[in-house]
Design a protein. Structure first.
Ligand SMILES: Cc1ncc(COP(=O)(O)O)c(C=O)c1O
Length: 399
């Protein structure tokens, strides 16, 4: 199919919710993808932190083939072996005791909000329903999760927004202390703000939130949809802070691109969900959870979190060196593991286009930052090649 024709049809028939790169990707292998014209790219977007194992990982492809030919979908009115095994594995490798499976990050966060409210009402009092979230955060596009996303630009035109949400600045414990009251059900935070610009928590921030939540008897919810599954150099980003939440949400990389969401919780909190209180038709179906099981097992066996930590250091050091060469248009480099950003003073869109033209796909974040989230299997040579392209692209943007 002619690419120009495809883009015209897309512009005509698809609702315009995304600013698209002018390429149609048709094939992938590891960290590389090819467009409809046969051009090859290094994919440092990772499908926005999704394809942790890279494209078409043989074990993932094998599981998909086998499960699709065995049993795709039943319903949660039956026991689903793959779902049970994935839940057990997630619990064995986290703070959690129980899991609820859904189909996306937003749905996992919706579940977390409902769970925190129900738990708070049963334990703290019927008034408890408010969720406190952080300015600059991102939690999804459904009505509740977009309201939890404390960035007005995502709200415009969708009013009336659901009630029961309060916003405080990120990294400000005093503000959380002031905001918690007798109506608070939970505090929702990303352990690193991803979409907002890859902002890290100050030392002591997450432990401070844990303490405030414990004192007030409210649930601490970590949104690890972008940071989880080894991306930051540990399996879960909360491990860097040495504290655990009561509820955690996971999605993106959990099935390497097959839609899935998961809400994990301690027994004490999870207990408030009883038959009929919550549900999802597709959530946790044999296909998605079989793939999730293969992805999670592979991630553990291949020690990809450790690999992300080591690769992340190479990437950040390299990016800092590149930034020093172009200080008039590139600013701070920050990140953890393979979630990395660099502020730009020149329009980041120009840099994205210049990288793409040279065979590297990259993301943006926040107001004007470059964001890199390559597959966790990226190797040193690929990182060096990516850095070389960014260097040349910055050079082109400066001219
Ligand atoms: C931290 C965080 N939470 C929630 C979401 C929403 O996930 P989804 O797009 O799968 O609904 C995202 C997506 O970027 C995210 O980064």
């Amino acid at each position: 199919m002619d690419t120009k024709q495809l883009m015209e049809w897309s512009d005509k028939h698809i609702m315009t919710t995304a600013k698209r790169n002018p390429v149609a990707l048709v094939r992938g292998e590891g960290v590389r993808v090819w467009d409809s014209e046969g051009k090859e790219y290094l994919d440092f977007t990772g499908g926005i932190a999704v394809t942790a194992l890279g494209h078409c990982h043989p074990r993932v492809v094998g599981t998909m083939r086998e499960q699709a030919a065995t049993l795709l979908h039943v319903s949660n009115i039956f026991y689903i072996p793959q779902q049970v095994h994935l839940a057990k594995l997630l619990c064995e490798h986290s703070f959690a005791d129980r899991v609820f499976f859904s189909n996306s990050g937003a749905e996992a966060n919706e579940t977390a909000i409902k769970l925190a409210r129900k738990w708070a009402k049963e334990h703290g009092g019927s008034d408890r329903g408010d969720i406190i979230s952080m300015r600059g955060g991102f939690h999804g596009r459904t009505l509740a999760t977009v309201t939890a996303t404390a960035q007005e630009k995502y709200h415009h035109g969708f009013e009336p927004l659901p009630g029961g949400f309060k916003y405080v600045p990120f990294n400000d414990l005093r503000a959380v202390e002031r905001a918690i009251d007798s109506r608070t059900a939970g505090v929702l935070v990303e352990p690193i703000q991803g979409e907002g610009g890859v902002y890290l928590p100050d030392d002591g921030y997450l432990p401070g939130l844990r303490k405030l939540c414990d004192e007030a008897g409210v649930a601490l919810i970590f949104d690890e949809i972008q940071t989880g599954m080894g991306r930051t150099g540990k399996l879960w980003a909360y491990e860097h802070a040495g504290v655990a939440p009561d509820i955690m949400t996971v999605a993106k990389a959990l099935a390497n691109g097959v839609p899935i969401g998961a809400t994990l919780a301690t027994e004490d909190v999870a207990r408030v969900f009883t038959p009929g209180t919550h549900g999802s038709t597709f959530g946790g179906n044999p296909f998605a959870t079989a793939v999730g099981l293969t992805v999670f097992t592979t991630l553990l066996e291949e020690r990809l979190a450790e690999r992300a930590a080591a690769s992340g250091r190479i990437l950040v050091d390299g990016l800092r060196a590149v930034q020093k060469k172009h200080p008039t248009i590139a600013g701070e480099v920050r990140g953890r593991g393979l979630l990395v950003a660099m502020d730009m003073t020149a329009p980041v869109g120009d840099l994205v286009a210049a990288c793409r033209e040279r065979g590297l796909l990259v993301l943006t974040a926040g107001d004007n930052a470059l964001r890199l989230a390559p597959p966790l299997v990226v190797d040193r040579a690929e990182i060096e090649r990516g850095l070389e392209i960014i260097d040349r692209a910055l050079e082109a943007c400066r001219r």
